[in-house]
Ligand binder design. Sequence first.
Ligand SMILES: [Ca+2]
Length: 295
Amino acid sequence: MTMRACNEKDYLKRRRDCSEELELESTVEKRRIKKVDLIVCAGLVAILAVSVWFYIDLQRQKSINRDLQDQIYDLKFQLNLLNTTYLNYVSTHNHSNSEYDTYVADHQYTNSEYENYVAEHQYTNSEYDAYVADHQYTNTEYRNYVSSHSYTNSEYEEVTFSFYYIEPEEQKYGVYDLDAELSGLEWTELYQEGVFDCSEMSGCLEWYLENKGWNVIIVGGDAPFGGGYHAWLLVETSQGVYMPVEVTTIEVVWWSDPYFDDYFTYDRSFEIIQEALDYYDNDFDWWELGFCPLG
Ligand SMILES: [Ca+2]
């Protein structure tokens, strides 16, 4: 091999080495650029996320601010109102010191004034005794007073029941007229032993029929149909002739009733309510209900 050929070969080898070196550098450069791009992108994404978060937070803060502002307006309004009320109160309840002093002076009493007052309203024992003596009555005076203001039971009842019965213009008669009179009547109050039972019903229906013009007798005895004591009415339907009325059902007891005759067997009879009350203290007093239970 000649010298020239040797130099060319050497030259070509160096050139190839140089080219490979350049290619390697280019690859390294490209990788570096990609890395930088990724870092920049990540940075931009982070900035965007932070910006969005700040924006949302800002909106939330603005909303809270608006609420606070509204509350401030409300509080200011209430404060103004209170100030106005306070000023009004002060203007109407304001008194000067001199007014206060005058008031105190007017309502203050000296010890001597107090002592005079006590002295004027104090009585000696003899004055007290004289007063008692003047206002004391003897037993005789007391008894006279009581006797002159005392009324007999019959006098009391006469006054109490003076409006109970109305004197009818004309006495009514007739069994069928009586039946018609009772037709449609019913008790608005439920039967209640001892409170509103046959005795109160008898008292109330006797009062009702008497004021309608019938002559009615209240009677009491063993129940015609059995089962204990009972009260019912006998109504004069023709001169001296009576028909029984069963008060629990408010019905005439007809001749066909199997107990018809038994309704004329009784222990007691009362022409007027006072007689019934005199005999039975707590029965027949239907008005204690506070209303008329007949509808
Ligand atoms: Ca009567």
